[in-house]
Write a protein that binds this ligand. Structure first.
Ligand SMILES: Nc1nc2c(c(=O)[nH]1)N[C@H]1C(S)=C(S)[C@@H](COP(=O)(O)OP(=O)(O)OC[C@H]3O[C@@H](n4cnc5c(N)ncnc54)[C@H](O)[C@@H]3O)O[C@H]1N2
Ligand code: MOO
Length: 407
């Protein structure tokens, strides 16, 4: 059985990211949050666009103000948004406001607090250094410079950069489409009355939300009964309609665990059937050709916690690579001090869910109350981290460090 790291590497190798030549769309900047840039964005402008003042004060010629106090004649007032009208001559100053364009002839700004005004004259009280408070044209970046590389996720500061660079639209990767199905005769929708032996299909809803959160487009295909023909046609439809497919349930060794067999019948190559982790040991990863690309199928275990942990650990990073992101596919890991003892069986790498908090003394991990059964979905809702005990380790004492996967 592969370790989690081996499985992660194998899965990454199977992923061909969306292509900038064919998998893109143009979206308005207002709809670009969270999308992945498909082509680099470069600037058509210098930034700042022209020399401008960083302060409210007076634009002067540095050579005029080396000996202070000295009094200059004010020849113009330049508010932001207005082009200066005159070239500054010897002995002259221009009243200038923050962000306003420097007049020709001026090279230095003296802030208002270091001057004294009398009518149309200003006395400079303190000698400034050359270019004082002047933001030089092109000093932040120059026309032609790359502002944002391809593969970057567009966060709010990037939106500001794109707006400033006059990009009202951007070319981004399309959202990958991920079909989701739940297998099991025992499953019912949340609004249905429960008969003895039935449970609600929570995985469909959890996985749909997770896929949407990852920036992909979820396609919820509902519950499929444990009948091979029904499952085969549902999986075939899902493969047809989506880039990738995620199912939950039916991947163990039970009498109704048909997923792997059906994938083989559909011509898929099975790469993985189990990983040495707890929860989430059964995990089917298969690939199929579709046109000139490869589709992936993830068969997650049915237990609700196992399904989510498997998704976080193996599917989400792969989806991140598929989406065109250039880096940062996997989750972030931190070292945290556990506030309570942690226990594991030791046979498989074990993931214990709980709350990860950041204090001034560093990260703290508190395991969920009520135990770590892979069927106990309830205490997963407040989880923000998964503490990882390596294979062979059976406990961590309170106050000791532990590796935690952030969620
Ligand atoms: N003999 C063995 N039995 C099991 C093994 C094993 O190695 N040998 N592995 C166990 C482990 S670990 C897990 S995890 C489960 C995974 O089994 P399946 O993926 O085949 O899942 P099911 O049997 O269909 O369901 C397991 C469990 O989860 C509930 N479930 C299923 N789907 C959903 C859903 N959509 N929403 C909420 N809950 C769901 C289901 O009712 C079962 O209780 O196998 C062990 N068995
Ligand atoms: O791996 Mo199963 O996921 O332990 O419950």
């Amino acid at each position: 059985m592969l370790t989690a790291d081996q499985a992660e590497a194998l899965i990454f190798d199977l992923v061909t990211p969306l292509q900038p030549t064919q998998d893109t769309e143009v979206v308005a900047l207002t709809a670009a949050l969270g999308r992945i840039l498909a082509v680099p964005v470069s600037s058509s402008l210098d930034f700042p666009h022209w020399d401008n003042s960083a302060m409210d004060g007076y634009a002067v010629r540095h050579q005029d103000v080396q000996q202070v106090p000295t009094t200059l004649q004010i020849v113009e007032k330049i508010p932001a948004g207005q082009a200066p009208q005159r070239t500054l001559q010897a002995g002259q100053a221009a009243r200038i406001l923050t962000g306003a364009m420097m007049p020709d002839g001026a090279d230095t700004v003296v802030m208002q607090e270091e001057t004294q005004r009398q009518g149309e004259q200003v006395t400079i009280l303190k000698a400034p250094s050359p270019q004082n408070f002047v933001r030089q044209q092109g000093s932040y970046y120059q026309a032609g410079a790359t502002l944002l590389p391809a593969g970057q996720a567009i966060a709010p500061p990037a939106i500001a950069v794109l707006a400033a660079a006059q990009c009202p639209q951007v070319t981004v990767f399309r959202r990958p489409r991920v079909a989701i199905l739940s297998t099991g005769d025992e499953l019912v929708e949340p609004d249905q009355p429960l008969q003895p032996g039935q449970i609600v299909d929570s995985n469909q809803y959890a996985l749909t939300a997770l896929v949407a959160q990852a920036g992909a487009e979820p396609l919820s295909l509902g519950i499929v009964p444990d009948r091979p023909e029904a499952l085969k046609s549902a999986i075939a439809t899902a493969l047809d309609q989506a880039d990738w497919v995620i199912s939950s349930g039916g991947v163990s060794v039970g009498d109704y665990d048909y997923v792997d067999r059906i994938l083989s019948q559909l011509g898929a190559t099975l790469h993985l059937r189990a990983v040495a982790v707890k929860p989430g040991k059964p995990l089917t990863v298969a690939s199929l050709p579709k046109g000139d690309r490869t589709q992936l199928y993830f068969g997650l275990p049915g237990n609700p916690v196992s399904a989510l942990v498997s998704y976080w650990r193996f599917v989400q990073p792969a989806l991140s690579k598929l989406s065109g992101r250039a880096e940062g596919w996997g989750p972030a890991y931190v070292r945290a001090e556990t506030t309570q003892p942690l226990k594991a069986g030791g046979q498989r790498e074990t993931y214990l869910w709980g709350r990860l908090g950041l204090t001034e003394q560093g990260y703290r991990f508190t395991p969920a109350a009520g135990g770590h059964s892979s069927g106990n979905l309830i205490n997963l809702a407040r989880t923000t981290g998964l503490a990882i005990l390596p294979q062979g380790q059976t406990q961590v004492a309170a106050g000791e460090p532990v590796r935690v996967m952030t969620l």
